[in-house]
Design a protein around this ligand. Structure first.
Ligand code: GDP
Ligand code: MG
Length: 177
């Protein structure tokens, strides 16, 4: 008592990975700033955004990293993964090749991580139902096989974006507390 309690602080690094143009940068800008860019070019500059949420009355901050264009060259560096406690592994439901790449991204993540990482498989662009190439069932099955959470999102119309990040951040909190 007496106001000299330790103030607990939580800051978790979360990385977003997946093939180029699946919507990683727009998922982050939708979550952190409620912004969407229809003509976003490869990410330049900003490497991460910090976003806070309340869990059990505690302020939990997530430092969410975007690949900053490294995904274009399939050269996401080990520094990117270092210290990450959570990951969103993103594919585009309208491009099967990006779903086929998920296994490779998971391999890379597992190779570089030194702790338990809360992982969410994210099927983005679920608004593009007329040109969908990957079904919800396929996403669900892969997530079950790999032990991942699974969600479909749309950074365009905001479907499930907040939920995707918050599930990961809550899981990290549960893993460490
Ligand atoms: P990144 O390379 O993975 O960071 O992908 P971007 O966020 O730059 O997005 C690539 C392209 O897909 C851009 O033209 C975005 O406008 C578009 N995009 C991103 N998310 C969505 C979405 O949920 N739905 C639709 N229809 N397009 C999206
Ligand atoms: Mg990007």
């Amino acid at each position: 008592g007496g106001g000299d309690e330790e103030v607990e602080e939580y800051l978790f690094k979360v990385v977003i990975i997946g093939d180029s143009a699946v919507g990683k940068s727009n998922l982050l800008s939708r979550y952190a700033r409620n912004e969407f860019n229809l003509h976003s070019k490869a990410t330049i500059g900003v490497e991460f955004q910090t976003q806070s949420m309340d869990i059990d009355g505690k302020e939990v901050k997530a430092q969410i990293w975007d690949t900053a264009g490294q995904d274009r060259f399939r050269a996401v560096t080990s520094a990117y993964y270092r210290g990450a406690f959570g990951a969103l592994v993103v594919y585009d439901v309208s491009r099967r090749s990006t779903f086929d790449s998920v296994a490779r991204w998971l391999d890379e993540l597992n190779t570089h991580s030194d702790t338990t990482v809360a992982k969410m498989l994210v099927g983005n662009k679920c608004d593009l139902s007329s040109i969908r190439e990957v079904s919800v069932e396929e996403g669900t099955r892969l997530a079950e096989a790999e032990g991942l959470f699974f969600i479909e999102t749309s950074a365009l119309d905001s479907t499930n974006v907040k939920t995707a990040f918050e599930i990961v951040i809550k899981e990290i909190y549960n893993n460490v507390s």
